[in-house]
Ligand binder design. Structure first.
Ligand code: SAM
Length: 259
């Protein structure tokens, strides 16, 4: 599966807001080093560089297309490296290990989060935001269609019913490695505009992220058929308003742990 920075950044404002709200809750005045895990196209790392002008920032990601986009803005204090976060461990600890909308792609968070905390310097912070929307109609419908008789041979293996654990579980996994853990959730009422191409806005939103493993496993004709089935369900769950826009409630989980 490969990422498409242009598709992902179609909803840049809505995707950036939680990234900035996470950064706003990090109680560090001037971290010298920052790791941005799953940095994607680097647009969040650039905001971190503005917020902490003295910091050296390294963005880590496994996707070459995302890294190529990110490197368009690389500089002396802003570098991007290829890494698989499933194995990542800092060579020397960072003052801030930050990750926006990336770690839900990884499994075994009970082992992952303590490992990430170990890459934070004493007095530093681990700050993470992940979508916490698996029970939303959009995700329930995707999982139901992928597991249906029509698709399950090709798609059932991509269904992840619970990619993100509860705030309490993260608290328990991080507390032994932290002086303080702050965990909270926010539900955004996202107003997605009508699209010129007529596609249901929730389908277009999900194409940039959640749908990627599913569509990557299908040829073009099957992708169209699968998308049409999803669009029918999305139109019922998120009916277009008079102007063709939709309201798409979206929950996210935030964590800030201080070492
Ligand atoms: C939804 S994008 C978020 C990008 C960026 N953090 C942002 O907020 O705009 C998720 C990113 O996580 C990266 N990612 C997913 N699994 C990864 C892994 N195992 N190792 C490294 N990067 C990974 C993807 O390549 C993708 O760029």
């Amino acid at each position: 599966m490969t990422w498409n920075p242009a598709q992902y950044l179609q909803y840049e404002d809505a995707r950036l807001r939680p990234a900035l709200e996470l950064a706003a809750r990090v109680p560090l005045a001037s971290p010298a080093t920052i790791a941005d895990l799953g940095c994607g196209a680097g647009n969040v790392a650039r905001r971190l560089a503005q917020r902490w002008p003295g910091a050296a920032i390294v963005g880590f990601d496994s996707d070459e297309a995302m890294l190529a986009k990110a490197r368009e803005h690389a500089g002396e204090r802003l570098r991007f490296e290829r890494a698989d976060l499933a194995q990542w461990r800092a060579a020397s600890p960072f003052d801030l290990v930050y990750s926006n909308a990336a770690l839900h792609w990884l499994d075994d968070h009970a082992a992952l989060f303590p490992r990430l905390a170990a890459s934070v310097a004493p007095g530093g912070a681990l700050a993470v935001q992940m979508p916490y929307n698996a029970t939303a109609p959009s995700h329930a419908l995707l999982n139901e269609v992928a597991a249906s008789a029509r698709w399950r041979d090709r798609l059932a293996r991509f269904v992840r019913p619970r990619p993100v654990a509860s705030p309490q579980e993260y608290f328990d996994w991080l507390a032994p490695h932290a002086r303080a853990v702050d965990a909270w959730t926010t539900e955004y009422l996202q107003h997605l505009p009508c699209r010129a191409d007529g596609e249901h806005p929730v389908l277009a939103w999900m194409r940039g992220t959640t749908l990627l493993p599913f569509t990557a496993a299908l040829d073009a004709a099957a992708q169209r058929e699968f998308a049409a089935e999803l669009a029918l369900g999305f139109a019922r769950a998120y009916p277009p308003r008079g102007d063709g826009s939709v309201l798409y409630p979206f929950r996210r989980l935030f964590l800030v742990a201080i070492r």
